[in-house]
Design a protein around this ligand. Structure first.
Ligand code: TXA
Ligand code: MG
Length: 358
């Protein structure tokens, strides 16, 4: 990989132990530099959200199309006011219920936010993360921080600083290592510019929880559809190929027994064709797939664990040079939508339906 600049690397577990480094990082942001930092969802690649040239540097470092807008991160709720031209009641209810935390709101932007940051849109996505290091950094910078996930465009989002290093060493000024991201999947994005709040990207905050806070909510119908289907997703970034491992991935649906049997059949077939087979599975099922490379997602369908490990495991399948990768689908519990959405994208919408055995 071509290295354009020297990337500084700091470890900060707690803001009070890293004050000097945080001051340096804040200054870097104010002066137009790029700092990758930890959040509770995934690592972010941050720059001054109010500086158009910083946003341009972010797009370039990620290799991201510049029509794909960035999320603006703030450190306290009041910082939202200068960034938006309207703050509907639903926004206030959601902010009270879920901030700081893994929820992003799409609102009409004010003139303070440059069009480069919002990919030319008249709306802006805003989030107040709960990770103490993220909040301390934003506060120290004294400006809102635009931050997409800190991966190269198309790769799985980073949940550890080492993932950021893999993708962005030599492309950003600084990486702050704050340990593993707790949640592991990106924030829930809710558009509040229409009549009814609409989920543009499912995440840790579920549809059910949002409904409780604001009464009604709908889901962008394009969320689980192939990108070539009629309806284009409303979050521009959701239309791009994403989270893709190098392996060709398949998601297997159906009742669990039948799906596991189908996975065994498919794995055997691929192996006969000379392919290196990888299996994403639960610990209890790993014994069924001993002759292949197993990557353990969780125990007992624990969806928090699946969310926490998925992106990291997809990167491991790359390192293991897996050619074909199989996983069951986990679209069930509270995090089912978020997990299914990421898995479908990683699999390029390759789905196999397992037939119930008679
Ligand atoms: O958890 C997260 O949200 C992480 C951490 C770093 O905060 N950030 C993140 O950013 O996932 P990114 O850039 O990888 O994904 C942002 C998504 C993209 O799909 C983008 O198109 C959408 O948000 N988005 C941003 N601004 C938008 C807007 N004004 N309207 C609709 N979608 C928007
Ligand atoms: Mg991303």
């Amino acid at each position: 990989m071509q290295k354009d600049i020297k990337t500084e690397f700091f470890k900060i577990n707690d803001p009070s132990d890293g004050q000097k480094e945080l001051e340096l990082a804040g200054k870097m942001i104010r002066e137009g530099g790029l700092v990758a930092f930890p959040t509770e969802t995934v690592y972010g690649l941050g720059g001054n959200a109010l500086d158009p040239s910083a946003s341009e540097r972010i797009y370039k470092a990620k290799g991201r199309p510049s029509d794909n807008p960035l999320i603006v991160h703030i450190s306290s709720a009041e910082e939202i006011y200068p960034l938006v031209s309207e703050l509907p009641k639903t926004a206030v209810s959601l902010m009270e219920a879920f901030w700081p935390g893994p929820m992003t709101l799409v609102l009409k932007k004010s003139d303070v936010v440059p069009a480069t940051t919002t990919g030319g849109l008249s709306t802006v996505a805003i989030r107040m993360p709960s990770h103490p290091v993220a909040r301390a950094l934003i506060k120290e910078a004294g400006v809102p921080i635009a931050a997409p996930s800190a991966n190269s465009s198309g790769r799985p989002s980073p949940t550890k600083a080492v993932h950021v290093l893999e993708d962005l060493d030599g492309k950003v000024d600084m990486i702050i290592d704050g340990g593993e991201s707790d949640i592991g999947l990106e924030s829930t994005i809710i558009d509040l510019t229409g009549d009814t709040p609409e989920i543009l990207r499912p995440g840790y905050i579920s549809e059910e929880e949002i409904k409780k806070a604001v009464g009604s909510v709908k889901q962008d119908p394009a969320l689980f559809a192939r990108p070539d289907a009629d309806a284009a997703p409303k979050a521009p970034g959701m239309k791009y190929r994403h989270y893709a491992p190098k392996a060709k991935m398949f998601l297997i649906k159906g009742n669990k027994k039948a799906a596991l049997a189908e996975m065994q059949r498919q794995a055997q077939k691929a192996e006969k064709e000379g392919k290196k087979v990888g299996i994403l599975c639960e610990k209890e099922d790993a014994a069924l797939f001993e002759k292949y490379s197993c990557f353990v997602l969780c125990e007992n369908e624990n969806e928090e664990e699946i969310a926490h490990r998925l992106f990291s495991l997809l990167r491991e399948t790359d390192k293991a040079q897996i050619d074909v990768l199989f996983s069951l689908s986990y679209k069930k519990g509270r995090l089912g939508d978020a997990i299914e959405n990421r898995m479908l994208k990683a699999a390029g919408y390759n789905v196999l339906e397992a037939k119930d055995e008679l």
